[in-house]
Ligand binder design. Sequence first.
Ligand code: FES
Length: 184
Amino acid sequence: MKNTPLNRRQVVQTLAVAGAGLALGSPARAETKPLEAVKIAPLSSLKKDFDTAEFTFDGDAALLVRLPTLPNDKRRALEVKDNPGKDPTVKEVPAKDPAVKDPLVKEDDTKFYLVAYTRVCTHLGCKPNLPNATEHKMICPCHGSTFAADGSVVKGPAKRSLESIVIEVRGKDVYAVARAAAAQ
Ligand code: FES
């Protein structure tokens, strides 16, 4: 069969088809791979309020914290209710509106809350210290930003709270499953 050179119209059509193929292919390449769930700690290891478990998620240092009350920061939390003699009940709850009650005062002795977040300062990315023993605040060693135990920012220069991580209880263990921003 004789090869004939493509005329200008055929060349344009060929390029258009090739371009469409690339365009169709690009969303798949742009999709982010779902993160693998990471086992953080057994639920039973968080025995008292403000106990913590350090872990790494998606390459970032991160922290799981047991809180006595709902976080102040509208972030997702798991509510855990102790049932004497049985497994605890776990449910996801929306956080309450900011700052009506003292976060250190427990309202219900049978319940506690779990939150997780990255330990990457939202100012310039340093690693805030673990919550201190008295006020349970986390101070960033670089420029002094301060975060509450629920990850919310209480003093700048950081303006944003620590990035929330979605957690689940699977069996007897707590898992990190997604970055909260990506899960919304
Ligand atoms: S990097 Fe944390 S306060 Fe600047």
